[in-house]
Design a protein around this ligand. Sequence first.
Ligand code: PLP
Length: 448
Amino acid sequence: MLTNDELAKWDRENFMHPSTNLGQFARGEGSQRIITGGDGVHITDRDGNRLLDGFAGLYCVNVGYGRTEIADAIARQAHELAYYHAYAGHGSEASITLAKMVMDRAPDHMARVYFGLGGSDANETNVKLIWYYNNIRGLPRKKKIISRWRGYHGSGLMTGSLTGLELFHKKFDLPLAQVIHTEAPYYFRRKDAELSEEDFSAHCAAELEKLIQREGADTIAAFIGEPVLGTGGIVPPPKGYWDAIQQVLTRHDILLVADEVVTGFGRLGSMFGSAHYGLKPDLITIAKGLTSAYAPLSGSIVGQRMWDVLMQGTDEYGVLGHGWTYSAHPIGAAAGIANLNLIDSLGLVENAGTVGAYLQKQMKNAIGDHANVGEVRGEGMLCAAELVKDRDSRSFFDPSEGIGGKVVAAMLRRGVIARAMPQGDIVGLAPPLCLTTAEADTIVGVTA
Ligand code: PLP
């Protein structure tokens, strides 16, 4: 067996990690942690640390670590049928069963689910389906996609463009020309301090309307948004936001994509964020919570009005030329079935709502009045503390100080993993949905 030092050296010398400062890592600088195990809401590393994972990996291990029900389902599937493709009407019992389980949980007006591997490829699928849809409708100019600054939708060519965070654009020649960004519904950082939440929502809708007028509604196909902004800062929408946005979209025949990669399957205390906030999307992106990350699997849930046109398209033009080798992978599907069954049997959607509200309340009690905490906010099992230089004057730290990262490092030294959100001084929490109130107390305890 390799020693810790050997493994760490091999890591630095061979492995190109995602979202990492490559030079620093190769030179032996920056963080390095080799994870060896997980159990409930805790992970262990090779140095013998046991840490409470307050971010559920990357907000994905929703049922917690070490669930034998899912591990056994994966093993059974690997023995019986590790793989067969899903092209041209083929499938496995697992992928068909999971499709039925997803559609049973999805909003009523949704018609079918297409399975991919991760959130990024699911959003790539969405854009292709949207373009296909408008081509079939005889609207070949109607192709641009509107996304929000601070939105996160992946890091592929199109999805990295949809993402509204500079880190994912710079030096990559992104965003692509078909993507345009509109204002984030970020009430805390609004320019006009006098605006009420409702007025700020109306302002965001008016900005969207202006953008559509400027570009021409006949060039705009869709709007994509996360029900709660996730990676961009864990920002729940201000009151009335989604209603106001949907009115604009309907007026201009623009499709709505609800990116529920984080919010899908219970994180907000509702099965879907769309139901939570009254969205009526044409496409819903799902990933993370679909399998709780026990195996890679994602999906695009397609609404009825798009489905009708897609069928008409293939009647006219033949096979839909879109598919991945691993679409609807049977092992991912087996993991998904066991995961959704666990979410139901353990009541994790309800738990996310109640323990999530408790976590937020305790966090507010503990640090809400601190001079450097501008706001504690969240929804369900998502919680964030926004750090400010001075609370009363709402002045912010210089981003180069990396204050969020310093707070997260201090929490880690006390045994809790939080996440410094990539833009702004925001400490994010997104624990597994099975978090108990005692574990929530542990998280809050390390912030004091
Ligand atoms: N969409 C949202 C809302 C996400 O949060 C993420 C990842 O964090 C993605 C899409 C991309 O998913 P993946 O990293 O699986 O490609």
